[in-house]
Design a protein around this ligand. Structure first.
Ligand code: MG
Length: 389
């Protein structure tokens, strides 16, 4: 029987690569639902090709125009409610959550409640609501299959091994485009510079997060929830070649690493075919061409976002949701040219400092903290704490 898959965020980088993987195994997968935001031309082409039963777009007012662009029998819906409708649909087995931002939180939670397995590519789900989501995952007995290369790596290293045998998770970071830039140079980098990632081809938000190291910070918090490991037992090492995607150190001192070329289609395929592995035609790792694998400490002094994430993760409660929301807004403002690159962590830290944290929050408290953090970040955007005002 075919695995029936819904893709949230189908026109984004991970969404498109997910469909590319699905294309390679037409007898194994079927697309049952697609959700996207504003890229309606691309979505229309996907709808014509995959013929899902239901499709969701960003705004309900665009439904009539979009209706004219696609075949007649497809059901159309919109917004977060639309994504939820797709996530819980009877005909779906697995939901790929490749939508960026807090927007992905509710559809993911509803999919879990409906007993669907999740191929998790939305970082905010576990960062903002890790405690709540993992409790729900256990209650419903669903699988969370990580798509992010680091978590996929750890997931593969842990395969079949007991949690109590883990002594440490080692997440690798490429260091992003600014790994060799001085603090002085960082103050004047442009949006174009930040979007030029040396190894990975990804969406704009995550590429900027890679440049600030916030991406690694978000991944550390995700790893804590996903694998049940305390933050003190999670280490980040800079590994510029992006060949080792992460490692697990076990109590006996053995370290298992997962390697491969930096190509997101590999972890995506593993999430879709798990627990099987399937032959594909992707380029393979050539260690003699790579020649060297190197490691160094992340420059946490010059890239404060990583430490902010560790701090938010240790505080717990609503703090990671606040950090994430403030960062999302700060990155959006940087992309609009309204603040400088080094202003991003300054803004995030300010918002975190003003937050009164609630322990073990429910979903409503998480969403309230998220909205509060966005308003708070906007308040600071024009203030004198930032260099570029
Ligand atoms: Mg990653």
């Amino acid at each position: 029987m075919k695995k029936r898959i819904a893709v949230l965020g189908s026109t984004g980088s991970i969404g498109c690569q997910t469909l590319e993987v699905i294309d390679r195994f037409p007898d194994q997968f079927e697309v049952t639902g697609l959700a996207a935001g504003a890229n309606l031309d691309k979505l229309a082409r996907q709808v014509a090709k995959y013929r899902p039963r239901v499709v969701s777009i960003g705004r309900s007012e665009d439904i009539p125009a979009f209706r004219a662009m696609i075949p007649g029998e497809v059901a159309l819906t919109a917004g977060v409610d639309g994504m939820v409708e797709i996530s819980v649909a009877e005909e779906t087995d697995l939901v790929v959550t490749s939508v960026t931002g807090t927007l992905g939180l509710i559809p993911t939670v509803e999919a879990i409640k409906a007993g669907k397995d999740i191929a998790l590519a939305n970082k905010e789900t576990l960062v903002a609501a890790g405690e709540l989501v993992m409790a729900l995952v256990r209650e419903k007995g669903v699988r969370i299959l990580p798509v992010d290369s680091e978590h996929s790596a750890i997931f593969q290293c842990l395969d079949g091994r007991k949690r109590e045998q883990i002594s440490k998770l080692i997440l690798t970071a490429s260091g992003g485009p600014f790994v060799n830039k001085s603090l002085e140079e960082l103050a004047t980098v442009t949006v174009q510079d930040a979007l030029r990632h040396p190894n990975w081809s990804m969406g704009r938000k995550i590429t900027v997060d890679s440049a600030t190291l916030m991406n690694k910070g978000l991944e550390v918090i995700e790893a804590k929830w996903l694998f049940g490991v305390e933050l003190d037992n999670i280490e980040v090492v800079t590994h510029p070649q992006s060949i080792i995607h992460s490692m697990v150190e076990f109590v006996d001192g053995s370290v298992i690493a997962q390697m491969g070329i930096p190509d997101m289609r590999i972890p995506i395929q593993y999430a879709l075919t798990y627990p099987e592995r399937q032959v594909n035609d992707f380029p393979k790792l050539d260690l003699l061409a790579v020649r060297e694998l190197s490691f160094r400490s992340p420059r946490t002094g010059d890239f404060p976002s990583l430490s902010l994430a560790f701090a938010a993760g240790r505080t717990g409660g609503t703090m990671p949701a606040v950090m994430n929301a403030a960062n999302e807004l700060a990155v959006a403002m940087f992309l609009e040219g309204r603040i400088g690159f080094t202003d991003i962590p300054v803004l995030v830290e300010k918002v975190m400092a003003n937050h009164t944290c609630k322990p073990s929050p429910n979903m409503q408290q998480i969403l309230q903290s998220d909205s509060w953090a966005r308003e708070e970040a906007k308040r600071y955007a024009g203030s004198s704490i930032l260099k570029k005002v």
